[in-house]
Design a binder for this molecule. Structure first.
Ligand code: PM9
Length: 460
């Protein structure tokens, strides 16, 4: 068999395992009802395979675990901060680093430093915490992603791209002075983990340079984005994921980062910038919200594990297995005729709940109902990414009605096996066979901020 046809396998072996608990259908029916049909409110011990999120759920390597033992728990100037700083310089190329407890801590700092009341902040589709921090700082988020991203069946390989015409029109309408930066997510979570192309980033750099607008990355899943560029963009097949990651960063002015995804740690994040003045302001503000600028809410050991995880995350073999596993599950679901977002993205499979449950209206929360149903079938926990996650328009108070109404099957890194993927696929297939019986939901409790985390529902 030719080398290119041979199977991939994980570039690691398993040294320690965590036992899982199996539950009965009756136990699961009770658990999901008690959780108000919100998978965020389930107890993790009632979950068999946990696909809620890829955030903070990775298995760390033996190197990372030994890194924990090298934690220098000094309040100021810990050795581990300097190791993390070195990793950020080496792999991402940014000049200044401010650690934060996780991604949203960095989003808060960036929004407070750069956004003034009345500013416009364009981005390639919203992310829940990112948009909220932009709004809390007085800004208004505007989506400038290409239209293809809102169509779950469109096969364009870079559905995360910025629509430069939409951005140009926005600049014309409001003036560049009202736009402090554009937030570019790599990959785009809410679109299904879809990547941005290097060509698009280069063109965006030219356009924003002309207008003096900064580019701030949300580089939470940058290594996954780089892998897609390597696989699908002309001129990148022979470049390493590490080289592509660094090139992406080179077209930008800074980044927020949740280390809980790509960087294979259970907690941690940072803000990284090139501009000295922004750095100084943010490294002063961080002491108000997170901690001193050399730990930002993290223990020394957490910074060490993140520094090691960053180096592991950009290895080609790691990324091949990571994306390979997600693709494997996607292929199984496609074979069974399940409507999923295509192309398969980086961090999970996104089921199109509108096509899965065409008998439900969006007001009946089809993705929320489907996530509850999959849990009841098998104990597999997934997450709603549709109307509940989208929240309400701050000005009108009405629900946002996103075109994409999705259930996310998020794959933690280095945690589950191919056999787990088979079990997951079988459960989704079983629910699909019985889809006509699935009822919608009514929201009975709605918190003010990021409602998807804590909202409660009743079956209609
Ligand atoms: N993402 C996720 O599960 C965890 C919170 S929402 C359920 O997808 C992006 C693109 C993210 C992200 C978190 C954050 C915030 C920023 N940008 O969770 O604060 O996907 O570390 O990062 C989650 P933190």
């Amino acid at each position: 068999m030719s080398l290119s046809k041979r199977s991939w396998a994980e570039p690691f072996k398993i040294k320690m395992v965590e036992l899982l608990k199996m539950t009965t259908p009756a136990q699961r029916q009770k658990a999901i009802k008690d959780a108000g049909y919100n998978t965020f409110l389930l107890k993790s011990e009632d979950v068999y395979i946990d696909l809620l999120t890829d955030s903070g759920t990775s298995a760390m390597s033996d190197q990372q675990w030994s890194g924990l033992m090298l934690g220098d728990e000094a309040y100021a100037g810990s050795k581990n901060f300097y190791n993390l700083e070195k990793a950020v310089h080496k792999y991402y190329g940014f000049k200044h680093l401010i650690p934060t407890h996780q991604g949203r801590g960095a989003e808060n700092l960036l929004s407070q430093v750069l956004i003034k009341k009345g500013d416009i902040v364009p981005g390639n589709m919203y992310f829940t915490t990112t948009r909220l921090h932009q709004e809390l700082a007085g800004g208004t988020f505007v989506d400038v992603i290409i239209d293809e991203a809102h169509d779950s069946e469109n096969l364009f390989p870079f559905k995360g791209n910025i629509d430069l015409d939409k951005l140009t029109a926005l600049i014309k309408k409001h003036g560049a002075k009202k736009i402090p930066y554009i937030c570019v997510a790599v990959t785009v979570n809410m679109a299904g983990g879809q990547p941005v192309s290097m060509e698009n980033l280069k063109a965006l750099r030219q356009l924003t340079n002309k207008h003096g607008i900064k580019i701030m990355l949300d580089m939470t899943r940058i290594a996954e984005n780089a892998f897609f560029i390597q696989q699908h963009e002309k001129g990148y097949a022979k470049k390493s994921v590490a080289a592509i990651v660094k090139e992406i960063c080179s077209y930008t002015d800074g980044a927020t980062f949740s280390g809980k995804k790509d960087a294979l740690v259970n907690i941690g994040g940072f803000l990284a910038v090139n501009d000295q003045a922004i750095f100084e302001e943010a490294s002063n503000l961080v002491v108000v919200y997170e901690g001193l600028h050399t730990y930002g809410g993290l223990a020394g050991r957490d910074m060490e594990a993140m520094a090691i995880g960053i180096a592991e995350s950009v290895q080609d073999e790691h990324m091949k297995a990571r994306i390979g596993q997600v693709q494997y599950l996607g292929d199984k679901l496609l074979e069974a005729g399940i409507p999923i977002v295509l192309p398969v993205g980086g961090h999970g499979i996104f089921i199109d709940a509108k096509r899965f449950l065409p008998h439900l209206t969006q007001d009946q929360f089809p993705a929320q109902a489907l996530a509850a149903e999959i849990y009841t079938d098998s104990g597999v926990r997934t997450m709603e990414r549709g109307i509940v996650s989208a929240g309400r328009n701050k000005k009108t108070g009405n629900h946002y009605y996103p075109k994409l109404e999705l259930v996310r099957l998020t794959i933690p890194r280095r945690v589950y096996t191919q056999a787990h993927m088979d079990v997951i696929a079988e459960s989704v297939e079983h629910v699909f066979e019985n889809r006509k019986k699935i009822k919608g939901l009514k929201m009975i409790y709605e918190p003010k901020y990021l409602r998807f985390f804590q909202a409660r529902f009743q079956k209609l």
